[in-house]
Design a protein around this ligand. Structure first.
Ligand code: ARG
Length: 298
């Protein structure tokens, strides 16, 4: 009798995709809107985003990212208004993509489209069971040397998915517990940066999680955000080497990053913030995290 196959799927016996340059995937906001409320930011913003402004802001981010990385594109689909936040649909490392099982049916419609794109591009797919929700780079981020995965639970992603996801790369995983519904994804309160730095908002985590973070990152490597900065999506940044791309934050956060050697490009991303996300959630990393964050002295 055939036993059920493991979670890995590959289209052929072809070599896994390999990148020499940091590479990301983006999805244009063709059908983007706030059509429902699945996070506190969306409440009060139903149908508020302007599609024209969203397009302008997205194109600006796309161009800025193209300066420092290769950017591939996924076609947007009608009926999946949050598909623009493509970072939540998977986590990719070493050519293996752990694909998401979204918690809300509204976002589950995105799954087959990204799955197909990744499969056609030659990635090995590692499925995550529906019973244990998992929301990709929204809740799981590799550190700068790629040997350690940080994964969050508490709102969208189930804790039980963490070990399963980490097994895709036989990597070490540390679970973090999110306790503030405004920071419903890890990418809203935690960002490993090049040079071994960490951007984070302590108020989003329980005490045990904070201890784990503080044990892993020395005090001089931790850049703690204020509540105001965190609510202006200051952790939701894209980092490639010295470059940081982010939405507007009305404090000296950019200056604090520049003092540590980063080149910061801030840009308006207001339309996406009405849906609960900013720069990082608009780009899924396809190349290894080491290529974007590791081996870079800032
Ligand atoms: N509306 C999307 C959702 O709630 C927004 C995602 C953006 N979120 C983020 N983690 N930055 O799933």
């Amino acid at each position: 009798m055939m036993t059920s196959s493991p979670a890995l799927t590959s289209s052929a016996f072809a070599p896994l995709p390999h990148f020499n340059r940091p590479t990301f995937l983006m999805c244009p906001p063709e059908f983007y809107d706030v059509n429902y409320v699945i996070n506190p930011w969306m409440a009060g913003n139903l149908h508020q985003p302007s599609r024209d402004t969203a397009f302008m802001q997205w194109k600006n981010l796309y161009r800025q990212l193209q300066r420092v990385a290769d950017v591939r594109l996924l076609h947007a689909r009608e009926g999946s208004p949050d598909m623009v936040f493509v970072a939540h649909a998977a986590v990719v490392q070493h050519g293996v993509a752990a694909v998401s099982s979204f918690a809300h049916p509204q976002r589950q419609t995105e799954e087959p489209h990204l799955r197909k794109w990744l499969q056609d591009a030659g990635f090995l797919l590692w499925d995550t069971p529906r019973e244990t929700c998992f929301e990709g780079e929204g809740d799981a981020l590799f550190d700068a040397n790629g040997g350690h995965l940080w994964a969050a639970h508490g709102v969208r992603t189930c804790r039980h998915s963490h070990k399963h996801v980490a097994d895709a790369w036989h990597t070490r995983v540390t679970s973090l517990h999110l306790v503030d519904p405004r920071f419903y994804h890890l990418d809203l309160c935690f960002a490993p940066l090049a040079g071994g730095y960490l951007l984070y908002f302590p108020g989003a985590f329980d005490a045990a999680s904070l201890e784990k973070i503080e044990a892993a990152y020395e005090a001089d490597k931790r850049i703690a955000l204020s509540e105001l900065e965190a609510t202006q999506f200051g952790c939701n940044v894209i980092n490639v080497g010295r470059d940081i791309l982010m939405g507007l934050v009305e404090t000296d956060l950019a200056k604090r990053l520049m003092e540590r050697g980063f080149d910061v490009t801030e840009m308006p991303l207001s339309e996406f913030q009405q849906g609960g996300g900013s720069a990082k959630s608009l780009a899924l990393r396809l190349s290894d995290s080491e290529l974007a964050l590791g081996a870079v002295e800032v």
